[in-house]
Design a protein around this ligand. Structure first.
Ligand SMILES: CC(C)(COP(=O)(O)OP(=O)(O)OC[C@H]1O[C@@H](n2cnc3c(N)ncnc32)[C@H](O)[C@@H]1OP(=O)(O)O)[C@@H](O)C(=O)NCCC(=O)NCCS
Length: 386
């Protein structure tokens, strides 16, 4: 390739979802096809046990903070954590019909009306701080779980979120641990995943932070993206229903072959970038083996992990025959005591907005020596319909 050329555009590359086409820089994270996700150069496995505030600090400032720095950052965010009453009342008045992700997008637009400052950096910090209350409000409203309690951010980022959820049943320490883990591993996934790219594209027209994040959430809502964790759980449940929790590997293998023969997807497998098991999935499999090894869904998801790859590897057209993050997170949330799959994509969004907001700050205020990236405007070639 000529010097300075990163990518050759050929006609065959058109209408293929911009796969592998470089469009800019991401300062927060990177996805290596073989090593998986890293935040600011640190593998996700190293960070998955950290406190959410430490990881948000890392993404926001580009370095690990000292204990004092993180404490100061947390204090600042704690001051920003309470939404105005008008915001919460408007979210609580949203309709309960339809998909929770639609309520999420609407809630972000509402939050922008009452909480927006028009300053990307301020709004980034504000929205990160307020997301637990906004999202608890969305879930409580949609599920009909009643009035959202006042935030207690001093409890910790995800502890506060779980505190505000009015879910029936017991909130165990394991649930909080799993919510923290889920939150940390979903913050960011480089710059080109659909929800991040869309959020940044909308911000490139100088739309404000909340509107840009509302667009990010609608992009995340689709079954090929953020909602895949719900579909994957349904898939694991359907396999469990069919073969039972004491199934042998051969039973699972037979079922996968049947599905492929019927042109069905094997959910939880494949990725546009990764060519190995998703490092985030590995973290969750390990966590589940340690804490929920006897849970029936976890047992089936673990069998699928090996049998799925074995069968999918036989098909050369499948670029990545390994489990992705969604193969296990649904089973993990169920096992941890949050049996409400309708809200799993919302939990993904609660986390993903953090990375996208920080990437928007970079693109609007720091890129190109502070000038910001220009409005997104790729080229489409004209072609007459037949
Ligand atoms: C994730 C996914 C959308 C990536 O898509 P992609 O980059 O186009 O994947 P590939 O290049 O490997 O696809 C090549 C072919 O293999 C098929 N394929 C890929 N993963 C597959 C899977 N898990 N089960 C069955 N077929 C699969 C594709 O449908 C495609 O078939 P086609 O040529 O007939 O259209 C895809 O692997 C998928 O649909 N996986 C199952 C759903 C899922 O787990 N989603 C969560 C994503 S994090």
């Amino acid at each position: 390739m000529r010097e300075g050329v990163l990518f050759e555009i050929t006609k065959d590359g058109l209408e293929t979802g911009l796969r592998g086409v470089p469009v800019g820089y991401c300062v927060t994270s990177f996805v290596d096809a073989y090593k998986g996700l890293s935040y600011v150069g640190r593998p996700i496995a190293e960070l998955s046990n950290r406190d959410p505030m430490e990881v948000i600090y890392l993404l926001y400032y580009g370095e690990m903070g000292s204990k004092e720095q993180v404490a100061r950052f947390q204090k600042d965010l704690n001051h920003r954590a309470h939404c105005k009453e008008a915001t919460i009342a408007a979210i609580a008045a949203l309709p309960r019909q339809g998909a929770p992700m639609d309520v999420f997008a609407a809630a972000l637009l509402i939050a922008g009306m009452f909480e927006g400052t028009g300053n990307y950096r301020e709004d980034c910090l504000n929205v990160i701080a307020k997301l637990p209350q906004i999202v608890a409000g969305i879930i409580n409203t949609h599920a009909g779980w009643g009035t959202t309690p006042q935030p207690k951010p001093e409890m910790g980022y995800m502890e506060n979120f779980v505190h505000m959820l009015n879910m029936p049943g017991k909130k165990t320490p394991e649930l909080i641990q799993v919510m923290r883990l889920f939150n940390v591993i979903h913050y960011d996934h480089c710059g080109g995943n659909l929800s991040t790219f869309v959020g940044k594209a909308v911000a490139s027209g100088l739309e404000h932070m909340y509107g840009s994040l509302a667009a990010c959430i609608t992009a995340l809502a689709g079954p090929r993206h953020g909602r895949a964790n719900q579909d994957c759980l349904e898939f694991v449940q359907s396999v469990l229903d069919e073969v039972g929790e004491n199934a042998k590997p051969a039973d699972i293998e037979r079922l996968i072959r049947e599905k492929l023969a019927n042109n069905k997807l094997v959910f939880g497998f494949g990725h546009a970038v990764l060519r190995v098991e998703d490092a985030r999935a590995t973290v969750c499999y390990n966590y589940c083996q340690k804490h929920f090894a006897t849970n029936p869904l976890v047992k089936i998801a673990s069998l699928l992990r090996t049998e799925g790859s074995k069968v999918l590897k036989e098909n050369p057209k499948i670029s990545d025959p390994y489990p992705n993050i969604d193969a296990i997170t649904g089973s993990m949330l169920m096992a941890a005591g949050f049996p409400y799959p309708n809200y799993y994509a919302v939990l993904f969004g609660l986390s993903r907005c953090v990375g996208v907001a920080i990437q928007i700050v970079y693109e609007r205020l720091e890129a190109r020596d502070g000038k910001g990236t220009p409005i997104i405007r790729p080229l489409y070639l004209y072609k007459a319909r037949k």
